[in-house]
Design a protein around this ligand. Sequence first.
Ligand SMILES: Nc1ncnc2c1ncn2[C@@H]1O[C@H](COP(=O)(O)OP(=O)(O)O)[C@@H](O)[C@H]1O
Ligand SMILES: O=P(O)(O)OC[C@H]1O[C@](O)(COP(=O)(O)O)[C@@H](O)[C@@H]1O
Length: 509
Amino acid sequence: MPEVPPGDARDRLLPLLLLRGSWWGSRDGDEEQGCNGVDFKDPDWKPMFQKEFESRFDLPHIRDLFPNASPIPSTFCLRMRTPTEDFAGGYPSDEKWHGYINNNDRVLLKVIRYSSPTSAGAECIDPDCTWVEQWVHRAGPREKIYFQPEEVKAAIVTCGGLCPGLNDVIRHIVITLEIYGVKKIVGIPFGYRGFSNEGLTEMPLSRKVVQNIHLSGGSLLGVSRGGPPISDIVDNMKKREINMLFVLGGNGTHAGANAIHNECRKRGLKVAVVGVPKTIDNDILLMDKTFGFDTAVEEAQRAINSAYIEAHSAYHGIGIVKLMGRSSGFIAMHASLASGQIDICLIPEVPFDLHGPLGVLRHLKYLIETKGSAVVCVAEGAGQDFLEKTNTKDASGNIVLSDIGVHIQQETKKYFKDIGIPADVKYIDPTYMIRACRANASDGILCTVLGQNAVHGAFAGYSGITVGICNTHYVYFPIPEVISYPRAVDPNSRMWHRCLTSTGQPDFI
Ligand SMILES: Nc1ncnc2c1ncn2[C@@H]1O[C@H](COP(=O)(O)OP(=O)(O)O)[C@@H](O)[C@H]1O
Ligand SMILES: O=P(O)(O)OC[C@H]1O[C@](O)(COP(=O)(O)O)[C@@H](O)[C@@H]1O
């Protein structure tokens, strides 16, 4: 389990949760942990069926800075109706489906309550699992808005690495802004870099411009890592009169978005900064998933299937596939689960030995002897301890990792040569192919809703927030809550155990 940095809300929860062996704060979303061997006959045992903690994730709002800011009625839902209808008549009750969301609507984060069998065989609520409630704001259009649409200049920026669905989100932000009546919408080219003075000009956006952009992958606006200091970004925004900023990116981008939000507050600027979490790695806390992840997992199937065919067609064939995942193994785990063709899945969160009686290579020998072939899926951040550190960082400050895929390929070849067993090792690295593609249908829907909700959040007056999906409901989070550390696969989670069941691999340590 990674250390939780100070200042995180889960800080306060963690000792309690660890004590109870029921950490569920936001790991891989499926963490039924069992009931911790509670002895119900113990005379000291007392059930604690009470709520121990409640947190509500209050959202920063324009009103915090401008207490006298008076909201205006939104016309969003009115505009959604056909022009032939009589707007004056109010809403017929059967049209509630695209009505406004109440500011106090919340979504409950944790939906499982654990139970244990009693000595009499009945089920009872696990006493170690008193409930800890975390409520998040429901996303969607509000009846009162804090920006006059005609006074808005909205900007969209896409940062970090590519991710399927970026264009879908851009498209829906633009379309929704236009429905609110916003006329000035621009795209900032090449991530935060576009806010520097490098002669990069903003791109005017409209429904016409974005109409078909979701049909191709990548980002209409371009992406980049690195960029100017936050104060320069805010200077630049002020110069361009941007008062609504939509930031599409991962953990780093959101750290930047939050810093921009704080800098705007410090300067007393009425600016809404809203994030849309993007990452194929799925490493953002508290969300069911981030957009692009599903598509990446689906694309990874092609590489895995090729590795499987190669391995099974060769005499003693071994296919190795390396998938992205700097610090989180979600792509590798889900792709392995989805394909059903993987014998060994290696992720950064689970340490393993390569050599030795319990190591990966010894198991590969067993697979070759028993099945005649094997397929390995390895996440790029796995097994970095075996490799020499590069000590280099990319423009955003992320450590550049050494290539674990190539290392395993070389070690496998050497191992089989040394033990005198022929092995035909094939290495496939589909790295950029799984993210430089168009979003699949499920990501397309997610992007649509996230893009729409980002605009609703900004008009509602929230800033320093991000949109997401939690327990299948769409919500708003304060940015710091979702980026205090990268979300990771919990090696004790049901999902990782399911993956082990599917691959049939032992512990390699
Ligand atoms: N802690 C931070 N504070 C402010 N900006 C950051 C921070 N970390 C990264 N950034 C900026 O966010 C952008 C994207 O970050 P990066 O780590 O490359 O991708 P991602 O957002 O996908 O994690 C870069 O332009 C980078 O300079
Ligand atoms: O080669 P690039 O563009 O730096 O991207 C590689 C990185 O992209 C990722 O898949 C996701 O990165 P982001 O968080 O920037 O989207 C990482 O796992 C990987 O290390």
